[in-house]
Design a protein around this ligand. Structure first.
Ligand code: ME8
Length: 650
């Protein structure tokens, strides 16, 4: 088979609600894989998108008094904005409400039907709208869905069925011949067990609601949302529309999914494709879950970690690094703010950040900012650092190729440690003893700079922006990253000497004590909408006493000036007048309000909130706002009648 393109996908996420850290996780992992593959010289096609049909979306819209279309149009933007902020380098974003998708679904249905694999019958059983999944009574656990414990409802309706039972043997044979089809191995075993235990035909249409793609030739039915959703992977590749493009991209190399949706990808999807006579994807990787102290994150139970405040608090790259480094890919991982801060402080601030800062400071103190590549004639040990760089980056690449991100990054950090040890051993801070010794010192620092150039390539897939910053700090053009790993040669610089920039903290240290001392509402998320949650998910009591409430000082305040916080989409720096003085507050409402429209408004401010530094701005207080709809749109609290600034609110 041909195919030079490496085609990888994420699940397409339901847009009934806002993205959380689990969605961010899969997408960041996919992005790191895509970037790593590009750096390895592969032609990559990286797809993500949104799953916009089905009863779950229809009901979420009804709850908010919206048409499904209005809801999905709003929520999809929040996903797209988040991917932009997280530096996701997807080549395409498919929405299942697009015509190209619908055409793909209709074509697949017709192909499967032409094979004689579709028939009309009655479905009797249970349906879980949360998972959009059918269950038999024996599969239910305590009357709820066995996957996530969602409530289920009994259905009895006419339905089109797919002859899944026909594919039992073919699936088992495929798992046997291509064990790489489902990874890791434990998930292959799960899929195999599921198939071995016997496959029943699958209901693939519903009649009770409208929000979906009608069954071709029978618009009383809409297609089952999973039949619809899975087809996105082919529709985006040009299935049924552009055979040349489809031939170039299909089959996909990697479907990256969470273990919750493994069965759909490892059993149903290949069966649909076999039926339609199409090649199967190479690998479905089912990764584990991020768990919190309360168990699995669940939107319905409100136990989710919102990535937006984390980005604002800690930065995009540290969050990406943490997610990739902390979780053993494939297994479950425990999320906590503490683990995140510890990881940032140890690996990024202490190990890498300090090394960069120290090296640059010395380059400026001793070499006037200018460095030559390491000269092995002057310093033979430079060659052993070069050997370590090759070994460590080589190991990193191998682990990344096999999706062992955590192990890969640990291997890369061997180089970070090696450069640190190299400096300790050769003591460039020691006063040189004559000209030769001066040259030796320059070669020590040249070796450290060279080592860090290799580290920059190594972090480019996980922390793309920091990789560019690091290269530029070292005095190399950031476009060097585009040349990929293979362009690296120890000590070979296109231009020399390089002029290093002044030392700066690449990854600032987080003051853990101060962070945890901050009251929940002041988690300095910058997300000042009322739904802003402290991500450690401290349990908020159902009731508090009046005395507890009185500890929060609320006052009226007049907005006297507002401007966008530089480099952010959502943050405004707002100056308010409290009658007895002015103060500055950073608020995450820029998507809803322009700076000018706010000036003159009377608002409510929490005045005794611990000050916080947000994106370089000191924020003193918090502005109250309602959080409206699934996308948590902030609407600020104002007054019915004119009030003076500084009046207490209680
Ligand atoms: O299932 N930890 O969409 P969805 C890690 N529309 N990853 C998590 C996670 C967690 N706690 N929670 C969610 C759907 N995820 C369907 C997919 S594909 C044709 C259709 C990630 O919005 C993980 O990748 O419920 C999981 O599979 C996905 O989000 C589910 O997203």
């Amino acid at each position: 088979m041909k195919k030079d393109t490496f085609y990888l996908t994420t699940p397409i996420y339901y847009v009934n609600d806002l993205p959380h850290i689990g969605h961010a996780y899969t997408t960041i992992v996919a992005d790191a894989i895509a970037r790593h593959a590009r750096l390895s010289g592969k032609d990559v096609y990286f797809l993500t998108g949104s799953d916009e049909h089905g009863q779950k979306i229809e009901r979420a819209a009804q709850k908010q008094g919206l048409e499904p279309r209005q809801l999905v149009d709003r929520v999809v933007k929040r996903f797209q904005q988040l991917w932009k902020r997280l530096e996701i380098s997807n080549d395409d974003f498919i929405r299942t409400t697009e015509p190209r998708h619908r055409k793909g679904v209709e074509d697949l249905f017709r192909a499967v039907k032409a094979r004689g694999d579709i028939y009309l019958d009655r479905y009797r059983g249970w349906y879980c709208t949360g998972c959009e999944s059918f269950y038999t009574v024996t599969q239910l656990v305590d009357g709820r869905c066995p996957e996530q414990g969602h409530p289920v409802e009994e259905l009895e309706e006419e339905s089109y069925f797919f002859r899944l039972s026909r594919y039992q043997d073919a699936l088992l044979e495929h798992y046997q011949k291509h064990p790489e089809f489902v990874r890791p191995e434990t998930r292959l075993n799960e899929a195999r067990e599921f198939v071995r235990s016997g496959l029943r035909d699958l209901s693939i249409s519903r009649t009770g609601f409208d929000w979906g793609i009608p069954v071709p030739g029978d618009d009383r039915h809409v297609l089952y949302v999973w039949f619809d959703a899975l087809t996105n992977y082919m529709a985006a590749a040009g299935y049924g529309a552009d055979p040349k493009r489809f031939g170039k991209l299909w089959p996909a190399d990697l479907h990256l999914v969470g273990k919750d949706i493994l069965r759909f990808h490892a059993v149903y999807w290949p069966a649909f494709l076999m039926s339609a006579g199409l090649p199967l994807p190479r690998t479905v990787f089912g990764h584990g879950w991020w768990l919190t102290a309360q168990g699995k994150m669940s939107k319905s139970k409100g136990k989710v970690v919102d990535p937006v405040p984390l980005i604002e608090q800690f930065g995009v790259d540290p969050l990406r690094y943490f997610l990739l480094r902390e979780m053993t890919f494939g297994q479950d991982g425990a999320y906590s703010d503490e683990a995140l801060i510890d990881r940032i402080n140890s690996d990024l601030a202490n190990d890498l950040g300090n090394l960069v800062q120290r090296t640059l400071a010395m380059v400026h103190s001793y070499l006037d900012g200018q460095v030559e590549p390491p000269d092995e004639n002057v310093l033979p040990e430079s060659a052993s650092l070069g050997a370590l760089a090759r070994k460590s980056l080589g190991a990193y690449r191998e682990h990344m190729d096999s999706y062992a991100f955590s192990v890969g990054l640990a291997a890369l950090w061997d180089l970070v440690g090696g450069i640190n040890r190299f400096l300790v051993k050769h003591e460039p801070w020691r006063k040189p003893d004559g000209k030769d010794d001066e040259a030796r010192r320059a070669a020590v620092l040249g070796s450290a700079v060279e080592g860090l150039r290799w580290v920059a390539l190594g972090i480019a897939a996980s922390m793309p922006e920091s990789a560019e910053t690091l290269l530029e700090l070292l005095g190399f053009p950031k476009k060097e990253l585009q040349a990929g790993y293979d362009a690296l040669e120890w000590g070979r610089w296109k231009e020399k000497p390089t002029r290093c920039k002044r030392a700066e903290a690449l990854f600032p240290r987080i003051d853990k004590q101060a962070y945890f001392a901050t009251p929940a509402a002041a988690s300095t998320s910058g997300d000042r909408s009322p739904n802003s949650r402290r991500n450690s998910m401290d349990t908020v009591p159902d009731q508090i006493t009046i005395q507890e409430f009185q500890r929060i000082k609320l006052r009226t305040a007049k907005i006297t000036a507002a401007e966008r916080v530089e480099g952010t989409d959502r943050l405004l720096k707002i100056e308010v007048d409290l009658g007895d003085g002015k103060r500055t507050i950073v608020s995450g409402i820029a998507e809803q309000y322009s700076a000018d429209s706010l000036v003159g408004k009377m608002v409510v401010v929490v005045t005794n909130l611990k000050p916080a530094r947000i994106r370089g701005v000191d924020s003193n207080g918090m502005l109250l706002a309602a959080g409206v709809g699934a996308e948590d749109r902030p609407i600020i609290c104002t007054f019915e009648e004119e009030v003076p600034p500084g009046a207490p609110v209680r």
